[in-house]
Every structure is written in structure tokens, then in C-alpha cells.
Design a protein around this ligand. Structure first.
Ligand SMILES: Cc1ncc(COP(=O)(O)O)c(C=O)c1O
Length: 341
């Protein structure tokens, strides 16, 4: 049988046996009425973990980002954010459609937004440009290669916002917590709202959470309804989410170790990419190469599946479904395959 080492994304993870048991046993109710005890428990647990007053369970990370932008802005506003952030490039223009906002995009190639550029974007209203009313951050920074930001870096960016509300897209916040050694609440402290995904490295089948001040989350619940995201007896999913939060965070470090081995292999095999494997600190390996699409498709034909983030940028992501044997095979394949001419 052809090998299938699936490094396309950490979203391909399967729920664990513990999750499946918890799902089967979950007590559920209608979350539209706030009557699903398992969802209520999950929202409470997440709010506590990220140090916020309140949280809301949603189907996806994109929906959580969209709800945050809708509650923190008004139509016509500018939101300052990284040029390569998920909310800009990978949500199908949703913020323009859902919130009628524009983005002021800031250079973020290193994974951290350029502070001077951010300050200038915020200052530009004095030059008759639209006022930036909110800032959106991302941790880990997916496009840059899962770059984790520590609390000091985040606080500097938030401080530049001079009191404007800040949303933190923490799809992989728990990876950032492992990599920086800082608590999720410490990383989220300076942000107004924070989103995290349960369905990526934490292996839950679906679901994300958005947390923040109670009044903001109450309004976000209305936006969830408007977007069609109220899921009724979704305590079955929340039960898996509770296992994700309690049992799956620590194991993310295994994904980070495996990603770094892969990063070394790609850096050695493609020195022309100038990829520094030292940049790999979490579970994402991303590098530029003029033939990124060929690399991805030719490796896939040999059973090592990744993806591209842009025409000349390849990405490979480790997760709980990748064993040491898979990693060994992937590394050997990266070293041995010949890129067609
Ligand atoms: C940084 C980031 N934000 C948001 C999302 C969206 O999450 P979802 O796929 O659950 O909508 C992703 C998904 O990959 C992501 O990488």
C-alpha cells in the first residue's frame, strides 16, 4: 500500500479514544437557550484558562475571528493586522463581507508585526486617512512558520494600539504557550478578545472558542446567531473539547520536536531556499522556494503530503497523527527524492 504521511495540516487529526468516550457520555441541551451543560462547562473552562470573563463556543476559528471583528468594529473602519495573517489571506475576504471593514496590513514576515509600521498606520488618521479602530494579532503566526510570540512582544504591539481593542487569533495559542513557556492567560492578557481552536493540534473533531469581557462576548453570541453558528445539542463536540483542553495541550511539544527534525531536513535539502530551521519552534515548517508547488506535488507522489501557502511557499505541519516512523520516512524521502527538471 502507498504510504500516506499527512503533513498538510494539524486539522486532519482524529479524536482520541478518551474524546470518543466523553462524547458518547455527554449530557447535552439546547445551546440556543444556554442549556447545554457540557458547552457551558467548556466555555467556563476556556475563559478561566485564558483569563477572560466569558467565552462562547463556535463551530470554527474563522467564525470566531469574524465574530470578534464584528463586535470590535463598525462598517467602514480600518483594522490594523499582519499582511500574512489568516484573517487577511485565508478567510475568503470574510471580514469585508461580514463586517464591511478594511485592513491596514503591516509587514509581518518574521512572524511579529513591524512596530514602526503599526505605529504609522495608527497615526495616519492625522493625514486624513481612515481611523484604525482595532488591531488583530496572531499567535502562533501560521504563515511565518508557526512563530510563537511571547507576552512581552504581544504587549508591545497592544500598547502601540493606544487603547484600541485588540483581537488575538490564537488558533494555535496552546502551541505558543508550550514554545514560550508562558501560560495561555499570560499570552492573552493584553488582548481584548482571544480565539483558540480545539480542532487542530488538540485533536477535537470541531470547534473553537472566543473569550473576552462578558459584555463583548454577549454581543458576540448575537453575531454567532447571525452567522448561523448556534449549534443546539453540540455538547457532544464540547465534550471532546473538554478533553482537548485538559489532556492534549502538553503533548503538543512532541509535534514541535518532530517539526524541528523536518525543518532540518528541508533546510539541508534546499539550501537555495535560505530557510533557517532555527525558525521552527512549534509544529509548522514553512519556507519559500521558487518550485514550492513542484516540491509539494512530487513529495506527495511519494506519500509525503504537504501544501502551499502561496505560489512559492511550502508548508508541512506535524500533529498527533504523525508517528516517529512517519517522520523517518518523510525525512528520508525529503533527502532522497530528485526534483524533476
Ligand atoms: C491562524 C489561523 N487562524 C484561524 C484559522 C481558522 O480555523 P478554522 O479552520 O477552524 O476555521 C486557522 C486555520 O487553519 C489558522 O491557521
Amino acid at each position: 500500500m502507498t504510504r500516506f504521511v499527512d503533513l498538510r495540516s494539524d486539522t486532519v487529526t482524529q479524536p482520541t479514544d478518551e474524546m470518543r468516550s466523553a462524547m458518547a457520555a455527554a449530557v447535552v441541551g439546547d445551546d440556543g437557550y444556554g442549556e447545554d451543560p457540557t458547552i457551558n462547562e467548556l466555555e467556563h473552562a476556556f475563559a478561566h484558562l485564558v483569563g477572560k470573563e466569558s467565552a462562547v463556543f463556535v463551530p470554527s476559528g474563522v467564525m470566531a475571528n469574524q465574530m470578534a471583528i464584528r463586535v470590535l468594529t463598525s462598517p467602514g473602519d480600518l483594522v490594523a493586522t499582519g499582511a500574512h495573517h489568516h484573517v487577511v489571506g485565508y478567510e475568503m475576504g470574510a471580514s469585508a463581507r461580514n463586517a464591511s471593514i478594511q485592513f491596514a496590513t503591516i509587514s509581518d514576515g518574521s512572524g511579529v508585526m513591524d512596530l514602526t509600521e503599526l505605529e504609522d498606520a495608527l497615526d495616519a488618521e492625522f493625514d486624513h486617512q481612515p481611523r484604525v479602530t482595532a488591531v488583530s494579532l496572531e499567535n502562533t503566526h501560521m504563515y511565518a512558520g508557526g512563530v510563537p510570540l511571547n507576552a512581552a512582544e504581544l504587549s508591545r504591539l497592544v500598547a502601540a494600539g493606544a487603547g484600541r481593542p485588540v483581537h488575538l487569533d490564537g488558533a494555535r495559542l496552546f502551541n505558543a504557550a508550550i514554545a514560550t513557556g508562558e501560560e495561555p492567560a499570560t499570552l492573552a492578557a493584553s488582548a481584548t478578545t482571544v480565539m483558540a481552536c480545539l480542532s487542530k493540534g488538540l485533536c477535537a473533531p470541531a470547534g473553537s472558542l472566543l473569550a473576552g469581557p462578558r459584555e463583548v462576548i454577549d454581543r458576540a453570541r448575537i453575531e454567532r446567531k447571525r452567522l448561523g453558528g448556534t449549534m443546539r445539542q453540540a455538547g457532544f463536540l464540547a465534550a471532546a473539547g473538554l478533553v482537548a483542553l485538559s489532556s492534549m495541550r502538553d503533548r503538543l511539544r512532541e509535534d514541535h520536536v518532530r517539526a524541528c527534525v523536518l525543518a532540518d531536513a528541508f533546510a539541508e535539502r534546499f539550501p537555495e531556499s535560505a530557510y533557517d530551521p532555527g525558525r521552527c519552534r512549534t509544529n509548522v515548517v514553512a519556507f519559500d522556494h521558487p518550485r514550492a508547488r513542484d516540491i509539494v506535488s512530487e513529495l506527495a507522489s511519494l506519500g509525503v503530503h504537504g501544501g502551499t501557502l502561496a505560489p512559492r511557499r511550502a508548508r508541512f505541519v506535524t500533529h498527533a497523527g504523525i508517528t516517529d516512523a512517519d517522520l523517518e520516512y518523510a525525512v528520508e524521502t525529503v533527502h532522497s527524492f530528485q526534483l524533476s527538471s
